[in-house]
Design a protein around this ligand. Sequence first.
Ligand SMILES: C[S@@+](CC[C@H](N)C(=O)[O-])C[C@H]1O[C@@H](n2cnc3c(N)ncnc32)[C@H](O)[C@@H]1O
Length: 263
Amino acid sequence: MAASPGSRPISPTSSSAPSTDPTAEPPRRQRVLYGRRSGPGLRPGQRERLDRLLPRLAIDLPAAGALDPASLFTPPRQRVWLEIGFGGGEHLAAQAAANPTVGLIGVEPFVDGVARLLAQVEERQLHNVRLLVDDARLLLDRLPEASIERLFVLFADPWPKKRHWKRRIVNAETVARFADLLVDDGELRVATDDPGYRRWMLACLLGEQRLDWCVRGPEDWRDRPPDWPPTRYEKKALAAGRRPVFLRFRRKSRTAELATSAE
Ligand SMILES: C[S@@+](CC[C@H](N)C(=O)[O-])C[C@H]1O[C@@H](n2cnc3c(N)ncnc32)[C@H](O)[C@@H]1O
């Protein structure tokens, strides 16, 4: 899989000067997006659907404080799943359809992908999807501890050149944040078809003490589980002869963590 074309970051929009007030919240993270935010142009039907549906489904990030993800849905959903970089939205739409009692949050800055997902939302009449069309890290900063039951990062851009590694969305910092956000026994699912990114991800994920790799043998990373719908990038990888890996990590119990730290 190639990295997204266009490598200049979208200009930051939400910076703030350092505060001298010790009780002030830390400054908001700057938005830094690499890659494309739109393609050759939306068809009129896609544009119309975006204008009509997105305002209803889009998440308004609070300027400060936490965002309760359960309250984004009507009725509120106690179980919330998050997909980062959903691309064309095939996986997210299939999960939302198969799990109507779960609230699905999708984050994707590429507008054409959002338009494709909205077509599926309409066609399948999905009422449990909410979207952020932006950098996922802005949302990760606003979600409360233990608020996400499942988190998906599927075929994220691998940024194979060493000078671009800092752009990788799965890194030690985000993996630590994933562990904060997952509920006890919650699940993180990641996939890649890039060997370099696979090694990098495994190093980050195995280095996070609060996550356990759900693995007994090679079939656990070679075979996609039946409740894990395929994505466009998986199909592209297979068509090009690349073999993806499917990694599942389980969030350890916080009670067990406390007991261990008290010993
Ligand atoms: C290689 S594509 C994979 C898409 C999809 N998950 C699939 O498997 O077909 C990676 C996606 O991540 C999105 N992305 C890149 N940086 C992101 C960020 N900071 N936050 C959220 N999504 C991001 C890109 O726009 C792109 O759609």
